[in-house]
Design a protein around this ligand. Structure first.
Ligand SMILES: [Ca+2]
Length: 378
């Protein structure tokens, strides 16, 4: 049994901002039994709740007609149509501070004019230091984005990512040091409920926060506009890419819970695709010249002491939200291996055009991605 601290639920109608979230005045404790999590694909019971009827009724009551629903949930390959004039409301869940690509991704989101970044949550070890790194980028961008340190340890397995190594570069950059504690999941929950059908949740780290979010509020998956994840490996077509991917590996049980949730638009950009968008250190140093990319380059110097290139895993996942032509997706069903200790976290993908609820990126236009990525910094 684990215990999850949540702040007392406010009784307020949907459509209003979660302005009462900080600071909190009282806390209620909700127990969530991890023992309820099925461990075999054959036991796909209601791990995170699959009764969306009430949430759909609430979304309709908030003005999401059937016609509009079709417009904001288009077919694969055209996820978010250009006719959407309003910026996309986005929540970012990140393990910024380990692989450099999270910072590369956050800089892109802060510069992307079509992105309304509602908040950032951090995940895995030293979550507060990760929040400081996110804060440093937000300050350079001149944006006041709520940042919440989230879950530091996986649901059941041992920690694989205890340190935020890039935090060493924080001495060079102004950043906040104090963040609300123990409120990340509740912040996500209230923000999504305040904007039913409008928020895209982008996860670019292990899925502990997302799994807890779906576990404490089973209506959240259908209240999302979409869930976009960097994670998994779905084909074996790319030489040198093994069957396991880091985000899924770091918390396989959370990954399984998220794939079982009844999200209406669920997209995964896996390692077999993201590994195709790399840039060597010299070109990164030449092209990361804008004000917002300068701290990223500073964070990256520690990275370059061990590697000579950056792979744009997380920025690629983010870019697919704003340019539907960068990646080609196929529908199917993803199941996560939990029984085998050796293969735990492996993502099985079965293509199914008819009833597949998970869209997986299969192809990437590398040149289009890099052109798109750097275009937002001009
Ligand atoms: Ca990441």
């Amino acid at each position: 049994m684990i215990r999850v601290a949540l702040h007392k639920k406010e009784e307020r109608p949907y459509g209003r901002p979660p302005d009462g979230l900080r600071p909190s005045t009282s806390t209620q404790w909700i127990s969530h039994s991890i023992a309820q999590i099925p461990v075999k694909p054959s036991q796909q019971a209601l791990a995170v709740g699959l009764k969306p009827t009430a949430a759909r009724q609430e979304a309709r009551a908030a003005g999401l007609t059937r016609t509009r629903s079709r417009r904001i949930y288009p077919m694969a390959g055209n996820f978010y149509q250009k006719s959407d004039l309003m910026p996309t409301k986005l929540l970012l869940d990140t393990d910024i501070g380990s692989d450099i690509d999270d910072a590369v991704c956050l800089a892109y989101l802060l510069a992307q004019p079509e992105c309304e970044l509602l908040g950032i949550t951090t995940v895995t070890g030293e979550a507060a230091k990760r929040a400081m790194l996110a804060s440093a980028l937000c300050k350079v961008a001149g944006k006041d984005v709520p940042i919440f340190p989230g879950a530091e340890t996986p649901l059941l397995i041992a920690q694989k990512q205890p340190l935020a190594t890039q935090a060493a570069a924080l001495t060079q950059w102004a950043h906040d040091r104090d963040f609300p504690r123990g409120q990340a999941v509740e912040f996500l929950r209230q923000t999504i409920r305040a904007h039913p059908g409008e928020v895209v949740l982008l996860t670019i780290g292990p899925l502990t926060n997302a799994a807890l979010l779906f576990a404490v509020d089973a209506e959240i998956p259908v209240l999302l506009k979409g869930l976009v994840m960097m994670g998994g490996v779905f084909t074996n077509r790319l030489a040198g890419v093994g069957p396991l991917e880091w985000n899924a590996l770091c918390d396989p049980h959370a990954t399984a819970m998220v794939y079982r949730a009844a999200v209406r638009s669920h997209r995964s950009i896996g390692l077999d695709v993201t590994r195709q968008v790399t840039m060597d250190a010299q070109e990164v140093r030449e092209r990361f010249s804008s004000d917002l990319l300068r701290p990223v380059l500073d964070f990256a110097e520690a990275w370059f002491r061990q590697r000579e290139s950056i792979t744009f895993h997380d920025p690629l996942a983010a870019a697919t939200i704003f340019d539907g032509e960068i990646c080609a997706f196929k529908k199917g069903t993803v199941e996560v291996e939990l029984a085998s200790e050796r293969l735990r976290g492996l993502t099985y993908w079965q293509q199914s055009d008819a009833d597949g609820k998970h869209e997986v990126a299969l192809e990437v236009n590398r040149q289009r991605f890099f052109d798109h990525y750097f275009s937002v910094f001009r």
